[in-house]
Design a protein around this ligand. Structure first.
Ligand SMILES: C[S@@+](CC[C@H](N)C(=O)[O-])C[C@H]1O[C@@H](n2cnc3c(N)ncnc32)[C@H](O)[C@@H]1O
Length: 269
């Protein structure tokens, strides 16, 4: 048996590590299905995943039902090709017929109106001007079915604008989230993701993001300005025993002043 050469970091795949460390597509699609089911009386079929990257979430949607269809939208051909090779390839031929990936700007929309549009993992934070974010929200609203719903996540808390590094052990590596810079004058920040390995090697800057740290009031206002008739924040409950988040998100108008929170915004057309 030959011994693998090079460090663990040099042999690792950044998209695989990202999917393992950052994404939880089962929980995400659980939330979409449950929330749609509580707000709408008809089945959800066509899901558009904006900033889809490897289309991991779209694949989860496709696996869950024979009538499910998905459109993934991303600008980057490299990440879409990875998604085709590693994620879509795991689907059956019949399942693959129900998913399409578009290499285009999320603002362009799709020819068929989706039931839901998703913008997850804060990807839309890369739109840094009010006008550009509002234009994007408007284009999503126009593209949706008349009873369509736009799902976004958001993060914040008093640690969000801090320069810091957080580590979390994952299967086979350590995920490192670095908030490298924050400018309070324009709320722009730079975030980086690194992966550390047991042999001491690091995949430095596996991903880098230049973002604006949007606040929930700004996002709710912009979604309403874009024409969404109802915008609801779904806030995570607290486990009475541990004091930690319980993974259950419910409509809320008051949240806790946590150091770091993640929530969902649900915008109804
Ligand atoms: C943080 S990744 C998101 C991955 C995945 N959606 C997730 O939930 O983790 C952001 C993705 O957005 C894509 N992207 C950035 N600007 C875009 C735009 N204007 N239109 C479409 N995709 C864009 C990038 O190519 C990148 O793959």
């Amino acid at each position: 048996m030959s011994t693998p050469t090079g460090s663990e970091a040099s042999r690792a795949d950044r998209h695989s590590c990202y999917q393992l460390a950052v994404q939880d597509v089962v929980t995400e699609i659980d939330f979409i299905e449950e929330t749609w089911g509580s707000l709408r009386q008809r089945p959800l079929e066509l899901l558009r995943e904006d900033f889809c990257g490897t289309a991991n979430t779209s694949c989860e949607w496709i696996r869950r039902g024979a009538a499910h269809r998905a459109i993934g939208v991303d600008l980057d051909e490299e990440v879409l090709a990875w998604g085709r090779a590693q994620n879509l390839s795991q689907l059956s031929a019949a399942q693959r017929e129900r998913i399409s990936l578009l290499q285009q700007d999320v603002g362009l929309g799709t020819s068929e109106a989706p039931d839901v549009v998703l913008a997850m993992n804060f990807s839309y934070y890369l739109l840094m001007e009010r006008a550009s974010l509002r234009d994007y929200f408007r284009s999503v609203r126009e593209n949706l079915m008349p009873d369509g719903i736009f799902f976004l996540d958001a993060y914040g808390g008093y640690e969000a604008p801090m320069v810091l590094e957080e580590k979390r052990a994952c299967d086979g590596f350590t995920y490192v989230w670095e908030q490298a810079a924050f400018n309070p004058i324009d709320s722009r920040m730079e975030c980086r993701i690194h992966f550390d390995f047991a042999d001491g090697s690091r995949m430095e800057d596996a991903f880098r993001y230049h973002w604006r740290l949007w606040t929930l009031p700004e996002l709710q206002e912009l979604l309403r300005e874009a024409g969404f008739r109802k915008v609801t924040v779904y806030w995570e409950g607290t486990d009475a025993d541990t004091g930690e988040g319980d993974g259950i998100y419910r409509p809320a108008t008051v949240g806790d002043a946590d150091p770091g929170w993640v929530c969902y915004l649900v915008a109804e057309k």
